[in-house]
Design a protein around this ligand. Structure first.
Ligand code: LLP
Length: 399
C-alpha cells in the first residue's frame, strides 16, 4: 500500500484502513472460537459505515451503546437480530428505537433500567429480550479509564446483587431473560482476568437454572488487547480454549464483543509535518493531525508508534510530536526518537480503533477523511473530509 500516494491524493490528516487486515483479524476469532459463537463487533471502536458493512457481510453482529450506533448498523445493512445494546444510560427513545427493530438483546446494567425497558415493552405490546451485565469485580489490569469490571466502576450490576436482580427481572412480565454478560475492560494484555470473570459468572448461571431461570447465552464482552508498542498480547486461541473448557458443561451460546482487536492494527493516521521547532532542551515536530483526530495519547497517555514514511533516512532526535491545538495535552507522542522535517509524511500506527470514532471538531478543525484500501489494493474514500461549511451547518447566527 503506497501511503505517500494516498496522502497526496486525499490530503492529510487521513485515516487509512486495510481491508485484508480487517479480514485477518476477524479470521483469528472465527478460527479460534466455535462456529456458533456470535461475534458482535463493538461499533464504538470504528463506526464508519463501510467498516460496519464489511463486518456485516462477513456475518458479524454488533455491540452498540447508543441509538446513533443502531442507526449506523441499520444504515450499513447490519442485522438488528444480531445486535446487542450495552451501556449504563439507555434513554427511553433509544430503548423504543431498539425494540422497534427487534434487536437481539439489551445488556441491562441496573434495576431502574429493567423497569424502564419493561414499561416501554408493555407500551409497545412486546417482550424485550434482556441479559444482565454483571460486574464481576475483577481487575482487568489496564488503564483505569478503560477498566470497567471493578466494583467502583459505574458499569454492570454488582455480583452481590446479581441473583436478586435476575429474580426481580423474572417478575416483570414484559421482559424475556435470555442471557448474562460482562465486560471488564479494554486493551487487556493478560488473559487471566477475562477467564476469571467468566468463572465468576458461571456458578450464577447454575443457581438461576435451579430456580427455573434458564439462560440461552453468555456474552464475555470485548477486551483482547493489541500491540501498540511492545506489549505481549494474549493469544486468541488460548483464550478460546479456556472459554471452551469453562463452557463445556453448559448449553450456552457464546457472544463476544471485540472492537479494538478487529480494527486497531488495520488502520494508520497519516499526518504531514508543518514545522519543526527547536525548543529549549527538546524539539517539537508539529503535525497537521492533533488530539481532535487522535485523542488516545492525550486522554490515556497511550503510545502509538510513529514512522516517517516519506523520509525514513532522516537523522533521529528526541522530540515531542504535537498538533496545532492550543492545549499542552495536544501531543501524539512525547520524548520520541524521530527524524523529521517540514513536509515529511508521518504514519501514526494502530489508529484503526478509537481514533476516527473519538474525533471531534475541537479548535474548529474539520474532521479528517477516511480511506479503505480493499483487497484488490484499490483505495476507496469512505468518509470525505468535512468542509468548513459542513462544520458550521448546524449552528445559527442569531444576533
Ligand atoms: N463491549 C463493551 C460493553 C464495551 O464497553 C467495549 C469498549 C467493548 C465491548 C469493546 O472493547 P474492545 O474489544 O475494543 O477492547 N477509548 C478507549 C477504549 C474504550 C473502550 C470502551 N468500551 C481507548 O481508546 O483505548
Amino acid at each position: 500500500m503506497n501511503l505517500n500516494a494516498l496522502a497526496e491524493q486525499f490530503g492529510t490528516p487521513l485515516y487509512v484502513y486495510d481491508q485484508s487486515a480487517l479480514d485477518h483479524a476477524l479470521d483469528r476469532y472465527t478460527q479460534a472460537f466455535p462456529e456458533a459463537t456470535l461475534i458482535c463487533y463493538a461499533v464504538k471502536a470504528n463506526s464508519n459505515l463501510s467498516i460496519l458493512r464489511h463486518f456485516a457481510q462477513r456475518g458479524c453482529g454488533f455491540d452498540i451503546v447508543s441509538g446513533g450506533e443502531l442507526a449506523r448498523v441499520l444504515a450499513a445493512g447490519g442485522d438488528p437480530a444480531k445486535t446487542v445494546f450495552s451501556g449504563v444510560g439507555k434513554s427511553s427513545d433509544e430503548i423504543r428505537f431498539a425494540l422497534s427493530h427487534q434487536i437481539k438483546c439489551f445488556n441491562v446494567e441496573s434495576l431502574p433500567e429493567l423497569d424502564r425497558i419493561n414499561t416501554i415493552a408493555a407500551e409497545t405490546g412486546c417482550r424485550a429480550p434482556v441479559s444482565l451485565r454483571i460486574n464481576p469485580d475483577v481487575d482487568a489490569q489496564t488503564h483505569p479509564y478503560i477498566s470497567t469490571g471493578l466494583k467502583e466502576n459505574k458499569f454492570g450490576i454488582p455480583m452481590a446483587q446479581a441473583e436478586a436482580a435476575y429474580q426481580y427481572a423474572d417478575t416483570l412480565p414484559h421482559l424475556n431473560i435470555i442471557g448474562i454478560d460482562c465486560h471488564i475492560g479494554s486493551q487487556l494484555i493478560d488473559l487471566s482476568p477475562l477467564v476469571e470473570a467468566c468463572e465468576r459468572l458461571l456458578p450464577l448461571v447454575e443457581r438461576l437454572q435451579a430456580q427455573g431461570i434458564t439462560l440461552q447465552h453468555i456474552d464475555l464482552g470485548g477486551g483482547i488487547g493489541i500491540v501498540y508498542h511492545n506489549e505481549n498480547t494474549p493469544d486468541i486461541a488460548a483464550y478460546a480454549a479456556e472459554v471452551r473448557r469453562l463452557l463445556a458443561p453448559y448449553s450456552l451460546q457464546l457472544i463476544l464483543e471485540p472492537g479494538r482487536s478487529l480494527v486497531g492494527n488495520a488502520g494508520v493516521l497519516l499526518t504531514r509535518v508543518e514545522y519543526v521547532k527547536q525548543g529549549d532542551g527538546k524539539d517539537f515536530v508539529i503535525t497537521d493531525a492533533a488530539m481532535n483526530d487522535l485523542l488516545r495519547p492525550a486522554l490515556y497517555g497511550a503510545y502509538h508508534q510513529i514512522d516517517n514514511i516519506s523520509a525514513p533516512e532522516r537523522e533521529a532526535r528526541v522530540a515531542d510530536i504535537v498538533g496545532p491545538i492550543c492545549e499542552t495535552g495536544d501531543f501524539l507522542a512525547q520524548n520520541r526518537l524521530i527524524g523529521a522535517q517540514a513536509g515529511d509524511l508521518l504514519a501514526v500506527r494502530s489508529a484503526g480503533a478509537y481514533a476516527a470514532s473519538m474525533a471531534s471538531n475541537y479548535n474548529s478543525r474539520p474532521r479528517a477523511a477516511e480511506v479503505l484500501v480493499d483487497d484488490t489494493g484499490a483505495a476507496k474514500l469512505i468518509r470525505r473530509r468535512e468542509t468548513l461549511a459542513e462544520m458550521l451547518a448546524n449552528e445559527h447566527n442569531l444576533l
